[in-house]
Design a protein around this ligand. Sequence first.
Ligand code: XMP
Length: 317
Amino acid sequence: DWTPDSFVETTIAALKEKLGDDKVVLGLSGGVDSSVAAVLLHHAIGKNLHCIFVDNGLLRKDEFESVLESYKHMGLNIKGVNAKQRFYDALNGLSDPEKKRKAIGRVFIEVFDDEAHQVQDVKWLGQGTIYPDVIESISVKGPSATIKSHHNVGGLPDFMKLKVVEPLNTLFKDEVRKVGKALGIDPNILGRHPFPGPGLAIRILGEITPEKVDILQQADAIYINNLKSAGVYDKVWQAGAIYLPVQSVGVMGDERTYENVVCLRAVESLDGMTADWCHLPYDLLAKISNEIINNVKGINRVVYDISSKPPATIEWE
Ligand code: XMP
């Protein structure tokens, strides 16, 4: 019988056997899968697991610092890498969504490869791949597509020559959460909404600038904090704010303003393949809108996305 506890026990024993005294590098994202994979590996091999957490400058407000802190608290051997400027430089002048995705994927691989090189004699790459990722990569994109689709022409980065260890590749998402709970991982990490790898870069329509990131982070934080304090966050599958490249006229005191629009999106879904927009209470939307407009400089209008998937995707880009 499968239970989270028996899975934890047998997996840790199997990892010990498989890895011995070998070193493993693993990229943490702040998400559920990579976090659970890291904690399992940590139980098996301790300090021989070298975790890397990259700040791409496209995370939620204060996310890098707070997530890094909770990883350290769990005892993980982790290095936080501030690579914001490298990502902003690569994104400079790009507005096409796929070009932005490719640039981010490329820089991530460069940064990760640089960091993996600092770990002497590393033999393995740890990944938080779960069963649906395995199926998807075999049926749609070919094996290892998650890395290769981001991959640029030229030689393979050195870390791709490593052997791969994927302790969660037989599990579904709900099982990963149960295993995470059995391992005592912070419920704040286990309960997180999905967040795309390219982060806020695909929630800022068009060109990315650090100023737009800053504005969107502020609006998004107000939105998410209100969902949490209203007890709605855990009922929503995914929520986030989107920075629209649209300016509209407003009045602030006696002044005419001409500023940007933020759109709020919240969806219910089982797997992200289809999704319905959430019927958030009007008074909650009103509170969030007021708070954003009164506190976030550069935003004078807030709208709510009432489109379901299909045809509207969850992300706008
Ligand atoms: P869409 O927008 O296609 O999103 O309805 C479905 C789910 O996938 C996430 N998503 C991404 N995740 N890299 C990721 O790691 C991406 O480029 C990406 N694009 C979309 C999205 O947040 C949603 O959970």
